[in-house]
Ligand binder design. Sequence first.
Ligand code: FES
Length: 110
Amino acid sequence: MDSPFVAVARAADIPSGGFTKVDIAGRAFLVAHVGEDWYAVEDLCSHEDFPLSYGCLEGGRIKCSLHGSRFDLKSGRPLEEPADTPIATYRVALADGQVWLDPTAPTNRG
Ligand code: FES
């Protein structure tokens, strides 16, 4: 896998229904595995900058453990209040048994 992708985890270490927190140059990301799909988002709730990795996965959604907002992992959109702003989503890929993340630019921000 070529730059700007960065290997962040062994795919076998994240079973479906699981996620992990990864750090790339001091920035925190959350990588989640749901069935055949993989997602990467910033590990930061858009409501009060709380780590989403403290929360739990509900299918293709991550639930913030502080006030309960859930975010769609594909679009980054909040599904209910109090959060009203999307979280950043990033490109993720599988190759050579590794999970790769492109941290350079969110896919859902213009
Ligand atoms: S900090 Fe996440 S919903 Fe409030």
